[in-house]
Design a protein around this ligand. Structure first.
Ligand SMILES: C[S@@+](CC[C@H](N)C(=O)[O-])C[C@H]1O[C@@H](n2cnc3c(N)ncnc32)[C@H](O)[C@@H]1O
Length: 257
């Protein structure tokens, strides 16, 4: 199992979000370099492919999830793993001109595709956020949980940068609970998606690989209950999971006082 206890006193701390995938990288240092390369390389294709394959996770879904999580007009938002800005775009529409949004991502290629006026972009990782304590009242993490090297450290960081009472939203794709649902999604992700990606992509080699890797990380990912336990272990309260279509997980939580 890919849950790693840090100590006997601290049993719910989680490190890796999924079991290691030796088909893609040999160790954690190579994993970080692999992620950086694959996201930098596929950045120019990312939005186009995401539109084709949306699987329900397009602009409407992201905006609805942000609303469900309680994102309010005027909020100061930290969007971690901003990528090309797909969550950030919807957040900006909800917070309006009185709000502010800072995006953090380790991939300069992905952030180079962000075309959102007024957004501050900062290079960094969820595990060590380059942001001051208590500086945001909403934090979003869209489809990046599976790429974090240390989930427990990232959740501690989320707790640190949020103000008391602030809200958190983590969007992630989860393996369906039923075996047939998993088999159907796996078949779609491993066969149909790489073919579509190859047709639509400008980067013919790396883009289909990204979508293969995408499924493998979903299949190997820690269970939703483990994600929720890890949020509680970091000090979050009111931790909940809302699921759409059996696969789109929305984890929400509040930073306690
Ligand atoms: C699948 S993209 C999602 C982008 C965007 N949030 C969305 O909803 O489309 C995942 C992003 O997570 C970023 N990422 C990878 N490792 C990360 C880390 N340790 N901390 C924060 N972001 C990370 C990648 O560079 C990439 O831009």
């Amino acid at each position: 199992m890919n849950v790693q206890a840090r100590s006997a006193q601290d049993p719910v701390k989680v490190q890796l979000p999924h079991t290691p995938l030796p088909a893609y990288y040999a160790d954690e240092a190579e994993h970080t370099r692999y992620l950086r390369r694959i996201f930098d390389d596929t950045a120019p294709d990312y939005d186009r492919i995401e539109r084709v394959l949306a699987l329900g996770s397009g602009p409407w879904y992201r905006r609805t999830a942000l609303q469900r999580a309680g994102l309010a007009e005027g909020a100061q938002v930290l969007d971690v793993g901003i990528g090309t800005g797909l969550v950030a775009r919807e957040a900006l529409a909800l917070i309006g001109p009185r709000g502010q949004l800072v995006g953090v991502d380790p991939s300069p290629g992905m952030m180079g595709e962000v075309a959102l006026p007024g957004v501050e972009l900062v290079t960094g990782r969820a595990e060590a956020l380059p942001r001051p304590d208590a500086s945001a009242d909403f934090l979003s993490l869209g489809y990046a949980l599976r790429h974090i090297s240390d989930v427990g450290a990232a959740f501690d960081e989320f707790h640190r940068v949020l103000r008391p009472g602030a809200r958190l939203l983590i969007l992630e794709i989860s393996k369906p609970e039923s075996a047939w649902g998993t088999a159907a999604l796996k078949a779609y992700m491993r066969t149909v998606v790489p073919v579509i990606a190859r047709v639509v992509a400008r980067r013919k080699s790396t883009t289909p690989e990204l979508w293969r890797f995408y499924w493998d990380t979903i299949e190997a990912c820690i269970a939703p209950a483990t994600v929720m336990d890890a949020l509680r272990a970091a000090g979050f309260v009111d931790v909940r999971r809302h699921v759409e279509l059996g696969v789109f997980s929305e984890y929400t939580a509040t930073r306690g006082h």
